[in-house]
Write a protein that binds this ligand. Structure first.
Ligand SMILES: Cc1cc2nc3c(=O)[nH]c(=O)nc-3n(C[C@H](O)[C@H](O)[C@H](O)COP(=O)(O)OP(=O)(O)OC[C@H]3O[C@@H](n4cnc5c(N)ncnc54)[C@H](O)[C@@H]3O)c2cc1C
Length: 380
């Protein structure tokens, strides 16, 4: 007998499982993949370098509850990620900052531009690039246009499969340019679990009340009883927490929710270092958007080897079996999602939880924080 079925052994499913297990409930988790951890999963490659299989993940949070929770299951290794973009062959910090100005402007022009930015935006640490594009100061506007043309426009076009001329600056509303020499992540805590995310995950779900079955597609065990408003697991109604894709749960009956997917080209290179920063965007490169060098997340000794993953954005197609990465949020897709959420509310033993079930982009700390705060408690 179980008290709750959880579909998906990602960060959301694991956090719910532990919370329920500590409240005395017996939990069964079904995971389609051959490993736990969801998209935060990592493993050692043939050179002993810890590589993240689904893109670079770093824990960052300012929420003390989340930090306390996560560090119950791991020792945090403080880590400040280095991120860069290569423009015209020059590696510059991303988000762009005053070092970018120093790299692309002659010293006198750079000093003038930095002064103008400080004067126009007193006391601010960052300004969205869209705001800079609208500046009535020609120098500031010129800088923003340079960044937009050489980086944002090209990167965004590749990421979302648009033509460069279709990229509207308004999509960059929240992309900041930093008014100083500091970096991006300003959360109180930034770290990688010592020993990796998978080890953290296994500790979190290591509880006598939790059983995880890998290589198990929950859809082969679930049925919907529309008349009774219940989800059945192997013929029985039990509380179900679903962290998979909501459209898939309901057989795509209203249509497919759109995502962008990624293809990673993993390479082991016989060299100490491949690029300056751990995560580097290549807006002007053909086909790929960025390269992650895992020997730098966190710094690891590859004994003469380094490990990189080149990231190619590709369309998501449920028939091809590729993964959902970024939800494509448009008015149309949000309305389609609302139909699914509405439909899900008809099933009284079903709780939708996590990025795929709710069709939204969330960071790990948000996923955990919302569960700890009880966002789903009344439903389970
Ligand atoms: C490229 C990339 C980089 C990111 N970097 C960061 C970062 O640096 N920091 C950060 O905080 N967040 C980051 N995130 C976000 C982070 O990945 C999510 O917050 C987190 O994965 C959410 O966990 P989840 O459990 O909701 O989803 P997932 O991790 O996707 O887990 C869902 C699980 O459900 C399983 N599943 C689905 N359907 C079924 C089924 N029918 N039967 C059985 N199992 C099923 C899946 O196999 C999967 O394991 C990043 C995301 C992406 C895409």
């Amino acid at each position: 007998m179980i008290d709750c079925l959880i579909v998906g052994a990602g960060i959301a499913g694991g956090t719910v499982a532990r919370k329920l297990a500590e409240a005395g409930k017996r939990v069964l988790m079904l995971e389609r993949r051959g490993h736990p951890g969801g998209n935060a999963y990592d493993a050692l490659d043939e050179h002993g370098i810890r590589v993240q299989q689904y893109g670079p993940h770093i824990f960052h949070t300012s929420d003390e509850n989340v930090y306390t929770w996560v560090t119950r299951f791991c020792e945090p290794e403080p880590y400040q990620p280095t991120t860069a973009a290569v423009i015209d062959g020059i590696s510059t910090p991303a988000p762009f900052n005053f070092r970018t100005i120093d790299q692309f402007y002659a010293p006198e022009a750079a000093a003038l531009l930095k002064r103008a930015l400080k004067e126009r935006y007193p006391g601010r640490e960052s300004v969205p690039v869209t705001e800079l594009l609208e500046s009535d100061d020609g120098g500031i506007r010129g800088f923003a246009e340079f960044l937009f043309e050489k980086d944002y426009r090209l990167y965004t076009a590749k990421q979302w499969n648009l033509k460069p001329e279709e990229v509207d600056p308004s999509v960059l509303k929240r992309v900041p340019v930093l008014l100083g020499y500091g970096g991006r992540y300003t959360d109180r805590w930034q770290f990688i679990p010592k020993g990796g995310f998978t080890a953290f995950y296994e500790r979190m779900t290591d509880h006598p009340n939790i059983e995880i079955r890998l290589n198990t597609d929950a859809l082969e065990h679930l049925a919907t009883d529309e008349a009774a408003g219940e989800i059945l697991f192997d013929g029985e109604a039990a509380p179900v927490v679903w962290t998979g894709a909501v459209d898939e749960l309901f057989g795509y009956r209203f249509g497919v929710l759109p995502y962008r997917s990624l293809r990673f080209d993993f390479q082991s290179l016989a060299q100490e270092s491949y690029q300056e920063a751990a995560v580097t965007a290549y807006p002007q490169a053909k086909g790929y958007t960025r390269i992650t060098e895992y020997t730098k997340i966190p710094p690891q000794d590859g004994h003469g080897w380094t490990s990189i993953a080149i990231e190619y954005p590709i369309p998501f197609d449920p028939a091809s079996g590729n993964e959902r990465y970024y939800p494509v949020l448009t008015e149309e897709s949000k309305a389609l999602n609302e139909k699914y959420q509405e439909h899900a509310r008809r099933f009284r033993n079903l709780t939708l939880c996590g990025r795929l079930a709710e069709f939204r982009y969330i960071e790990m700390d948000q996923a955990i924080g919302e569960i700890l705060e009880g966002r789903y408690d009344t439903e389970i």
